[in-house]
Design a protein around this ligand. Structure first.
Ligand code: ADP
Ligand code: MG
Ligand code: MG
Length: 249
């Protein structure tokens, strides 16, 4: 059952081509990993799938849950069940995190329909699942957040929104032990609660250690250079990406 189907996707930013004919299929409930050297276009792919207007689609299509979403706004994609983790949440002094989460959910089915008090109770239960101190929910949005605290916000959004497919872009900066734990617990809770599909973009193979990975995709210079099962992760761990660098289409 194909959930996400990317076909021949090419995209550019500021007239510079970045993605060159990307194909990617993700089935409902599957876990995929996208790896590749820095600058390969992994984050760009995530943003283009989500509809970020910083990028121009030059060709190809993105289908999600049976619908062509190539020209849809990010908000409509989100409502259709797509989620992309934010790398750097904005700082908004004076806005408590709980209010921000409430706004995220406004007008949505599920937790979005809960009244203020019930909503806070719901968020506290999710925070508890992630092993978070409830005092975190009273913090001001993004102000002075550590890497781990940013991840907590992402994972709370994930558990609140309950997408059909979550794309988690784990950046190149590396996660500290705290952040790594938060992401692992978040992924576990998401899978348990929704059985949703997952695309993890990462350099960090430690995050993948206790994930049941269905498919691994390797991107090099804006193209898919290799695809395989979870054993590809070990091959990359041992030999790096050089083995794929020569591959051209
Ligand atoms: P990765 O996530 O694999 O490290 P990125 O998708 O971040 O790669 O970047 C791929 C290439 O596209 C890089 O050369 C980067 O500088 C460029 N790029 C990405 N986003 C933009 C943008 N918004 N404007 C201009 N260039 C960009
Ligand atoms: Mg990068
Ligand atoms: Mg990146």
């Amino acid at each position: 059952d194909t959930l996400l189907s990317v076909r021949g996707l090419s995209a550019s930013a500021d007239e510079t081509p970045i993605l060159h004919g990307i194909d990617l299929d993700v089935g409902a409930g599957e876990t995929h990993v996208i790896m590749g050297p820095n600058g390969a276009g992994k984050s760009t792919l995530g943003h283009v799938v989500m509809g970020d207007n910083a990028y121009t689609v030059d060709g190809g299509t993105v289908e999600f849950a049976g619908q062509d979403i190539t020209d849809l706004s990010p908000d409509k994609r989100s409502r259709a069940g797509l989620f992309l983790s934010f790398q750097a949440p904005v700082e908004i002094p004076g806005v408590p995190l709980s209010s921000f989460l409430r706004a995220t959910m406004a007008g949505r089915e599920g937790a979005g329909e809960l009244k203020g008090k019930q909503f806070r109770k719901h968020v506290r239960a999710l925070a508890d699942e992630l092993d978070m101190d409830p005092a975190y929910l009273d913090r001001e949005l993004g102000v002075g957040f550590s890497g781990g605290e940013k991840k907590k916000l992402e994972m709370l959004q994930l558990l609140l929104l309950r997408p059909k497919l979550a794309i988690l872009d784990e950046t190149d900066s590396g996660l500290d032990v705290d952040a790594l734990g938060v992401v692992s617990r978040g992924i576990d809770a998401y899978r348990r609660a929704t059985g949703g599909a997952l695309v993890v973009i990462t350099h960090n193979t430690r995050i993948l250690e206790h994930l049941d990975v269905d498919r691994v995709h390797v991107m090099v210079r804006g193209r898919m250079a290799a695809e395989g099962d979870a054993s590809l992760i070990d091959a990359i761990d041992e030999q790096g990406f050089e083995q794929f660098e020569q591959i051209e289409r």
